[in-house]
Each structure stands twice: as structure tokens, then as C-alpha cells.
Write a protein that binds this ligand. Structure first.
Ligand code: NAD
Length: 360
């Protein structure tokens, strides 16, 4: 066995209902005396409870999906004017992304408090958008110093978004099986993450036999899904973006598609495309999903949670299929298990656009 695995340095605190005390402890451990609290106005009451226990110098509410550069610039200017020394983000991937944009230029430490399953909190990847074009990069300065997971903060997440966001996390696992730097540690983390995400998602939609079993290690389905989301992001951060993420990245940027739903729709198509030529991934994913094959396991899970099906439902034009082929082809890593041709990719995108899978 020969490989080099990189583990990112970060404190991770799990505690349902504990966010205010846990965030205060993390801020204090970082020596923070002037915090910039980044959170949209969506859930002011929850954020107020966290704000009460930390030294807030600035509360910043302008959060926009995919972090437009002008939004990032305003947040950086506000951070400098308020002389903050720590960033606290409470929200989904868009909120974490804004904190990362500030950390990228200031080097300020982040305490991230996620409220979706996007997983950005566990990666050193930043993203910024200029005129609809998203640029991403990795930088150690943007990796949150601490993450506080509190399942209670996700109680307000609508079911449809919980499902899409959980499947977004599952997509991290699947791509971590064959990403450009994928190694055996990533695959082991991803397999455990898939098991947890399946159990958590089934529990979230109330399916019997899922994570609601009191004897289970993580009996709460939201906690189980959060645990899976964290593992999925660590595996993905190490393995790097594979075919699935390259497709979603290009489509999301070109057609302004919602992040989690796009991942949820595209995933079964990429899995069906690559699994026949990725035997270890096939074995691990099938095992984690408790199914004879990876694709059948994902199809069954998608049926149970009523997963999003078609890109056309999210506003992508049919003409966008042809236009997306060249930029996606250019981005797919050379080590992708199944060789990708323009025709093969166009067929895959067409199926994802129409929502044609073996599930119907
Ligand atoms: P999001 O943060 O945009 O949230 C989606 C919607 O859900 C928003 O309207 C938000 O206000 C709402 N919401 C969030 N938490 C809620 C809760 N608990 N209750 C009710 N509503 C809630 O979406 P996301 O899917 O979490 O994140 C997507 C963004 O994160 C994208 O820009 C994506 O590129 C980025 N991302 C980055 C990485 C990375 O490693 N850098 C990884 C994953 C995602």
C-alpha cells in the first residue's frame, strides 16, 4: 500500500442543544475578544442565544449563495472597521463561505456553526463568484479552527432541504471514492459516512428501522446525519473534486442552480456512469447502503426520501446541456474510472435534466 494522506487540523465539538456554551468556549480558547457574528436574519432568535454568550463586536447579516465578490468585500471592510479578532458563522454553506472569504484575506480564525449538511466547515476550500463565474481554491487560512455541531439548530430546516442537503453530503462520499487524491483513508471515512447518512436520512423522513433505534450509537437522526456530513466533508477535502462535483460546479455557475438540489439530482447519474469501472467504490457504497449494488442502494434511498429528480425542475434550460459539455469535459480529472466522451457526458446530462433514472 502506498499513499500520502493529509488530515486537516481542526477542533470538532458535537453537542445537541449546547451551541451557545460550546461556541463561547471555542471563542475563548482562541483568545477572541471581538467577534464578528455572521448569520443571515433568517433565524434571529437562535443567533441571539449564541450572541448572548460571546463578545460580539459586529453582527453581519448580508449572506448570499456562492459568495459574490462585492458581498465578500463589504464583509471584509466591516470586519476591519470593527477590529474583530475572531469570526463566528452560524448558517449553511453560504454563511460558512462568507466567513471563509473574510478569513482568506485577514487570516482571522473561524468558529463555524453549521445549520445544514453542506460540510463546508470541514474543508479548506473557499469559493467566490464574479459575474456568475465561481472561482474556488484551497487555503489553510479558511479552514475553521473549530466547528460546533448542534442538532437543535437544524430543527427549522425544511424537509425538502434536509433531504437535498443530506444527499449533497452523500455526493461528497461518492466522489471521495475516486477523486484525484482519493486514498484508502478517504474511502473508509466515506463508507462510514454513507452508512450514517442513509440511517439519518431515513430517520429524518420517519422510515422505520432507521437511526431512531434507541440502541443505535447516534439515536437522533439529525445528529446521525450531521455526523455523516462531517465525515463526508473530511473525506472529500482529502480526495478532491471528482466527476460529480465538476459537473455540479459548472452547471450551478452557468444556470444559477440551487446547490444542494443540483447535487441530489446529478448523483445517481454519475454513480451509474462510474460504478461499473470502480469495483472498490461499488463494493463499499453497496455495503454502506445495505444493498446488493451501489446504484440499487442509492435508488432505494432516493425513493424513500423522495429525492429531487430533474434539473429542469430547478430552471436549467434544455439548451444548456450542449453548452455545459466542453467546460465539464475540461474539468473532469484524468483518473475518472470511466473514460468520458462528449457523447457520454451529453447523454448523462440529458438524463439528469429530464430526471430519467432507473428509479421510476
Ligand atoms: P445555503 O447555506 O445557501 O442555505 C440554503 C437555504 O437554507 C438558505 O435560504 C438558508 O437561509 C436556509 N437555511 C440554512 N439553514 C437553515 C435552517 N437550519 N433552517 C431553515 N433554513 C435554513 O445552502 P447550503 O446547501 O448549506 O450551502 C451551499 C453553499 O455552500 C454553496 O455556495 C456551495 O458552493 C457551498 N459549499 C462549499 C463547500 C466547501 O467545501 N467550500 C462545501 C459544500 C458547500
Amino acid at each position: 500500500m502506498r499513499f500520502t494522506h493529509r488530515t486537516l487540523p481542526q477542533r470538532v465539538v458535537f453537542g445537541a442543544g449546547d451551541a451557545p456554551a460550546a461556541v463561547a468556549a471555542e471563542v475563548s480558547a482562541l483568545g477572541g475578544t471581538r467577534a464578528m457574528l455572521i448569520a443571515s436574519a433568517r433565524d434571529a432568535a437562535q443567533v441571539d442565544r449564541i450572541a448572548a454568550d460571546i463578545p460580539v463586536a459586529l453582527r453581519h447579516e448580508e449572506v448570499v449563495m456562492h459568495v459574490p465578490v462585492d458581498v465578500a468585500e463589504r464583509a471584509r471592510t466591516a470586519a476591519a472597521a470593527a477590529r474583530v479578532d475572531v469570526l463566528v458563522s452560524v448558517g449553511g454553506g453560504s454563511t460558512t463561505g462568507l466567513a471563509k472569504a473574510v478569513a482568506l484575506t485577514t487570516g482571522l480564525p473561524i468558529v463555524a456553526v453549521p445549520t445544514t449538511y453542506a460540510g463546508s466547515e470541514a474543508t479548506d476550500v473557499w469559493g467566490l463568484t464574479t459575474d456568475g463565474v465561481k472561482t474556488t481554491g484551497s487555503d489553510p487560512r479558511v479552514l475553521p479552527a473549530s466547528v460546533v455541531y448542534d442538532a437543535a439548530l437544524l430543527s427549522s430546516l425544511p424537509r425538502e432541504l434536509s433531504v437535498s442537503s443530506g444527499l449533497n453530503a452523500l455526493a461528497h462520499c461518492v466522489d471521495a471514492m475516486w477523486g484525484p487524491r482519493a486514498d484508502p483513508i478517504d474511502r473508509a471515512l466515506a463508507e462510514e459516512a454513507i452508512r450514517a447518512l442513509r440511517a439519518g436520512l431515513l430517520g429524518l423522513v420517519g422510515e422505520a428501522g432507521a437511526a431512531t433505534d434507541p440502541a443505535a450509537e447516534h439515536p437522533d437522526p439529525v445528529e446521525e446525519t450531521l455526523y455523516g456530513a462531517y465525515l463526508s466533508a473530511t473525506a472529500f477535502a482529502s480526495a478532491g473534486s471528482g466527476m460529480h462535483h465538476k459537473i455540479c460546479h459548472v452547471l450551478g455557475g452557468l444556470y444559477d442552480l440551487p446547490h444542494a438540489q443540483t447535487h441530489a439530482v446529478v448523483l445517481p447519474h454519475v454513480l451509474a456512469f462510474n460504478a461499473p469501472n470502480a469495483p472498490e467504490a461499488e463494493r463499499r457504497i453497496a455495503r454502506a447502503l445495505g444493498s446488493a449494488t451501489a446504484t440499487a442502494g442509492l435508488a432505494a434511498l432516493r425513493r424513500s426520501v423522495d429525492a429531487p429528480r430533474a434539473l429542469r425542475d430547478y430552471g436549467m434550460p434544455e439548451s444548456g446541456i450542449e453548452a455545459a459539455v466542453p467546460p465539464i469535459l475540461a474539468a473532469i480529472p484524468a483518473n475518472n474510472p470511466t473514460p468520458v466522451t462528449p457523447e457520454g457526458l451529453a447523454a448523462l446530462l440529458g438524463d439528469a435534466w429530464r430526471g430519467t433514472t432507473d428509479e421510476q
